[in-house]
Ligand binder design. Structure first.
Ligand code: ZN
Length: 314
């Protein structure tokens, strides 16, 4: 059980340019304080390395990566109405992507069966050449691409349980059959994509699964979709690695959406994923995405990590 993060991830502060921004450093501080209170659930903590530009360019355009780096070097600025990069954001983004990459390497080398990459900024809205939705680099996509290109895997399953559709990850792998991307998200909210009819294109047809749910959807809806639709599809795909785009903003206390998961719901989802992955002999790594109520976020991460670590502790 390995947890990856880096102090540089606390230095990225969108509130500098966009006052009152919900994606704030206190999110990661709250997570780590809650984990500290339970002795980190016996997980080993590791400092995340910086992702290399070559790793980022597995999914992002080179000129885009250069543009973000230059913007940060020049002191930063807003990339759109809700996405900001400051002087410290480049290092944070590299460590955030690097946490996902280092976790993936550790999982595939057999060092651990489960991992959690707790970086900021989050990633799943970042497209190949566009920052969006608080995201600069698509951390989970970089990690998945690394597993496929450098580490020799043939099939990676990405489960995105953030309440928002992971448009960036979806776009990056839309035409590919080596990544099964499955998302449950609240329909009709940011970023507006993720219709049920979007199922991939070209060779990737059938390897994208979107399950938008209405506002107010609770645990029964989310668990049922996971158990009856997403995990059976993944079983058929026979993934060699499971990556969770782990946002916690479907929590009932979250201010950015209107789903109604409980703290324990995330543990239940993580348990279902872990048990399924054990049957596939696939390690499971979670990559932090959203979650904006500090207490709900921190407690839900603890619930998730406790569930992921369940098998290892027995
Ligand atoms: Zn989200």
């Amino acid at each position: 059980m390995l947890y990856f993060s880096h102090p540089a991830c606390l230095k990225h502060d969108p509130g500098v340019g966009l006052p009152g921004h919900p994606e704030r450093p206190q999110r990661l501080q709250a997570i780590e304080a809650a984990l500290g209170e339970c002795d980190w659930l016996a997980w080993e903590r590791r400092e995340a390395p910086a992702a290399s530009v070559a790793e980022l360019e597995l999914v992002h355009q080179g000129d885009y990566v250069e543009r973000i780096r230059n913007l940060c070097a020049a002191g930063g600025g807003a990339l759109d109405g809700d996405t900001f990069a400051g002087a410290a954001s480049w290092e944070a983004a590299l460590r955030s992507a690097g946490a996902a990459c280092a976790m993936t390497r550790a999982l595939l080398s057999g060092e651990a069966g489960v991992g959690f990459a707790a970086g900021r900024p989050p990633g799943h809205h970042a497209e190949p050449s566009r920052a969006m939705g608080f995201c600069l680099l698509d951390n989970v996509a970089v990690a998945a691409a690394l597993a496929l290109s450098e580490l020799g895997l043939e099939r990676v399953f990405i489960l995105d349980w953030d309440v928002h559709h992971g448009n960036g990850t979806a776009e990056i792998f839309r035409r590919r059959a080596d990544v099964l991307f499955a998302s449950i998200h609240q329909g009709g909210i940011f970023p507006g994509s993720g219709d049920r009819e979007e199922t991939g294109s070209g060779p990737g047809e059938g390897y994208t699964i979107n399950r938008p749910v209405p506002a107010g959807s609770d645990e029964s809806t989310w668990l049922s979709l996971l158990e009856n639709e997403l995990l059976p599809a993944a079983a058929e795909f026979e993934p060699q690695l499971v990556l969770i785009s782990a946002g916690f903003d479907a929590h009932r206390d979250d201010p950015l959406a209107e789903c109604r998961l409980e703290t324990s719901s995330f543990g239940l989802m993580a348990t279902m994923v872990r048990e399924a992955a054990e049957a596939w002999n696939a390690p499971v790594g979670a990559v932090l995405e959203g979650g904006y109520d500090l207490a709900a976020l921190a407690d839900s991460v603890v619930s998730t990590m406790a569930a992921l670590g369940g098998a290892q502790r027995q």
